[in-house]
Design a protein around this ligand. Structure first.
Ligand SMILES: [Zn+2]
Length: 54
């Protein structure tokens, strides 16, 4: 049956995507929580209020 083979391949494909997505999760950066320039914690913003990058 070609349908059974197709479904099995589809399931394997989905499992592979799930595993790949798990490995591709970005790790939380502890250093990014505080501004390297002024040392203040950044809450809910990509950039600090002082304008320093990263
Ligand atoms: Zn800052």
């Amino acid at each position: 049956m070609i349908l059974i083979k197709a479904s099995i391949l589809f399931l394997l494909f989905m499992v592979g995507i799930a595993i790949w997505g798990r490995f591709r999760k970005p790790k939380p950066r502890k250093a990014a929580r505080f501004c390297p320039a002024c040392g203040r914690p950044r809450i809910g913003k990509d950039r600090c209020a002082c304008g320093a990058k990263t």
